[in-house]
Design a protein around this ligand. Structure first.
Ligand code: SF4
Length: 212
């Protein structure tokens, strides 16, 4: 009998305490997972420059990440309906991201994925357990603040599975609207998500830290 396949490892841009539920990364409360590393480098004004280089994050077996997500969901006072995987460029770690999505689906949660690549460039295996995909690079010249859960008009919001209907997303967007989340990690580091400009993120961080 052949040995079981090793559990793939995923490099994240944060530790497991950085897994928290937010309301600004897709429909409903979702646990956001930021992958570390981006080979695409679609823009020189990337909103996540700290996530660009591999080797600067934390590496975990995906079953440990899935267990940490379960703990966040169990402890959340709000009903968490899924996870959202962002980057960095998640497809750079496609086997591990696909394995995490599979485990999360098995727990009954939905999976939303961001990629700077177009859908046609993404492997079917990566999308097998993805429900919602936001594809394409963020292009500052195509910035549109009115777009649900994406920043530039070239990006598409794609229903990959039949878990959500367009009306579900429209209703969630009506309820939630555009917003941002600010959180402080156990290491004291501030994390801001849900914004589409470096300037806005810097202003929010300065307000929270009292430097303006
Ligand atoms: S693909 Fe994402 S992480 Fe990579 S440079 Fe573009 S915006 Fe930044």
């Amino acid at each position: 009998m052949s040995p079981p396949d090793p559990v793939p490892a995923l490099e994240l841009g944060h530790d497991l305490h950085g897994l928290v539920a937010t309301l600004h990364n897709g429909p409903g409360w979702r646990v956001a997972v930021w992958t570390q590393g981006c080979s695409l480098r679609c823009t020189d004004v990337c909103l996540s420059p700290h996530l660009l280089d591999r080797g600067h994050g934390r590496v975990y077996p995906v079953d440990i990440v899935a267990e940490a997500i379960r703990r966040v969901v169990a402890a959340s006072p709000m009903a968490v309906e899924g996870i959202t995987i962002l980057g960095g460029e998640p497809s750079d770690q496609a086997p591990a991201v696909a394995a995490l999505a599979r485990l999360v689906h098995q727990d009954g949660l939905s999976v939303m994925l961001y990629s700077g690549h177009g859908r046609d460039r993404l492997a079917a295996d990566l999308l097998a357990d993805v429900d919602i995909l936001v594809d394409g690079p963020f292009l500052p010249a195509a910035y549109d603040a009115t777009l649900p859960w994406r920043g530039s008009a070239n990006q598409s919001l794609i229903l990959v599975s039949d878990r959500y209907r367009p009306a579900d997303l429209a209703a969630a967007w009506d309820r939630q609207g555009k917003g941002f989340s600010v959180r402080t990690g156990r290491d004291g580091r501030l994390s801001v998500s849900g914004l589409q400009s470096r300037g806005a993120a810097a202003r929010i961080a300065a307000m929270v830290t009292g430097t303006i």
